[in-house]
Ligand binder design. Structure first.
Ligand SMILES: Cc1cc2nc3c(=O)[nH]c(=O)nc-3n(C[C@H](O)[C@H](O)[C@H](O)COP(=O)(O)OP(=O)(O)OC[C@H]3O[C@@H](n4cnc5c(N)ncnc54)[C@H](O)[C@@H]3O)c2cc1C
Length: 476
């Protein structure tokens, strides 16, 4: 990051959308010396990665556990920029648990990448010998990069590469498809290959998992402070309803609830459905129709979380992957967020990409989650459930089916001085906080180029280590 050299001094920018994409763009531009106003429809920052006071349980909870990985270099760069990198706790281990409680710890060893995870995978009792051989074959095949324009689905590729039922159910569906939050037949192979390479092959550092020790919303206090400290502003509860461009003055005027907002540059960091709503209220321009058509090809996938407070400790594990049941991930929030510590425990269970689970009522979802949990931790049967919350996010992520890249626009827009950001734009990443942060950094770079003072904001990838470096060189 070129943090020291101020550029674009005093130029005015409005960033619409206070999610990770908008905040990443806004903070980078403020650091580049511009006067930035961040405008957010809700009364708090964070968008789809946030926390809120849940009225039913009287606690501040995340809308869902969000995890990042070592390979998320731009998100980590954003956290460093706003001074909260030390609120992320990093861990390299992952425990798979079967119904009945048998555990298989996975994680790195001293071996060089991509072999670092092998000893524990070979010892994992969750997989049979045939499962392990199938996974080994698949990983070997993924040493060769998958062409970015491949139109094969993950499901088709797995069938072609002879994956067993155990490997399919316990690794590909549970770990990879849930990281991409879609069914395996709705995932483009290049995205699955990217996740496997980043989390399991490139390096132990790239695959380590980061979890916030504070509610997500607390992380963003640093973003608001940075913007205000550099002469900018944060307008909350302010939905932008339309935008017009004054060619003579070279300025944008935005119609918002409290009146009109003007600036020389505009970054629209909206989710795709909000961008679709705003489009007809933007100036008529060649290219706007093509953008609308691209947006129309995107689809949402849900994620649900069930938050459970018990009167006693349920497990000493910080987190776990739960096999063969409706719930997929367990996060022991009482342990991960030490300040919450009290008698009993607070667990969050996550169900990815399940439209059926998202259709349940609160009572049904809580009952099913508790029943599943008891199969992994029998103490649940004798514990008292003190309170519970069910959070469904029906528009959690956008899907990455084969061919989706043609519908992900770059940060340039059909309008002058206007740039696009948001996880759904062309970053090469799936719907993640890293994708959002990258898109914000790309848009910020584009604004800097437009004012004639280009600077490098995008944080480079970690790159492969060990034998993966040789594999990368060999495949070039
Ligand atoms: C339940 C759930 C679990 C997830 N788990 C993970 C995970 O573990 N790891 C991970 O990396 N990612 C995860 N994600 C995905 C991640 O949250 C998103 O990819 C990322 O936060 C998207 O950021 P964004 O800034 O692109 O969009 P958003 O977060 O949607 O931000 C856009 C903002 O624009 C605002 N807005 C909309 N319309 C207007 C308007 N007219 N005027 C002003 N503001 C407007 C919205 O209110 C919103 O705040 C998860 C998402 C969900 C919902």
């Amino acid at each position: 990051m070129d943090a020291e050299k101020p550029s674009g001094k005093g130029r005015t920018v409005t960033v619409v959308g206070g999610g990770v994409a908008g905040m990443s763009a806004a903070c980078a531009l403020a650091e580049a010396g511009m006067r930035v106003r961040l405008v957010e429809r809700r009364s708090y920052l964070g968008g789809r990665a946030t926390s809120f006071l849940h009225p039913g349980v009287g606690e501040v909870i995340d809308n869902c556990q969000h995890v990042l990985f070592g390979c998320c270099t731009n998100l980590a760069g954003f956290y460093r920029r706003i001074g909260v990198a030390d609120r992320i706790r990093w861990t390299s281990g992952m425990t798979m648990i079967e119904p009945g409680g048998r555990r298989s710890p996975l994680g790195p060893s001293w071996l060089p990448a991509p072999l670092h995870g092998l000893p524990r995978l070979l010892a994992a009792r969750a997989f049979t010998l045939r499962d392990k051989a199938a996974l080994g074959r698949a990983f070997r095949a993924l040493l060769r990069p998958v062409p970015a324009d491949s139109t094969e689905s993950l499901a088709a590729w797995l069938a072609r590469n002879g994956q067993t039922k155990g490997a399919l159910d316990r690794f590909w569906r549970l770990v990879i498809a849930s990281a991409l939050n879609a069914d395996i037949d709705s995932i483009a192979l290049p995205y699955a290959a990217k996740v496997v390479r980043e989390l399991f092959m490139n390096s132990a550092e790239a695959g380590r998992m980061g979890l916030s020790t504070v509610p997500l919303g607390e992380l963003y206090v640093g973003a608001a402070e940075l913007l205000r400290g550099r002469g900018g502003a944060v307008s909350l509860g302010e939905a932008v309803e339309s935008a017009s461009w004054d060619e003579g003055a070279s300025r944008w005027a935005l119609a918002a609830r409290s009146g009109s907002l003007a600036s020389e540059f505009l970054v629209l960091a909206l989710p795709f459905e909000a961008m679709a709503r705003l489009l007809p209220r933007m100036p008529d321009r060649e290219g706007a129709g093509a953008l609308a058509a691209k947006i129309g090809r995107h689809e949402h996938w849900p994620i649900c979380s069930v938050h459970l407070w018990f009167d006693r400790e349920i497990t000493e594990l910080d987190h776990a992957v739960l096999l063969d049941r409706e719930v997929h991930w367990m996060f022991n929030k009482g342990r991960l967020q030490a300040w919450r510590r009290r008698a009993g425990s607070y667990l969050e269970l996550v169900v990815s990409a399940s439209r059926a689970f998202a259709a349940l009522s609160r009572e049904e979802a809580v009952a099913r989650a508790v029943a599943d949990l008891a199969e992994f931790f029998p103490v649940v049967r004798s514990a008292r459930l003190e309170k519970a919350a069910f959070v469904k996010e029906l528009r959690a992520t956008f899907g990455v089916p084969p061919g989706i890249d043609a519908s992900r626009p770059s940060c340039t827009s059909p309008w002058p001085n206007c740039f696009l950001a948001g996880d759904w734009t062309a970053t090469g990443w799936p719907s993640t906080m890293e994708g959002a942060s990258r898109s914000g950094h790309l848009a910020a770079e584009a604004v800097c180029r437009a004012v004639g003072e280009p600077r490098s904001i995008l944080v480079p990838d970690l790159g492969p280590t060990g034998l993966m470096r040789l594999a990368a060189a060999w495949s070039r």
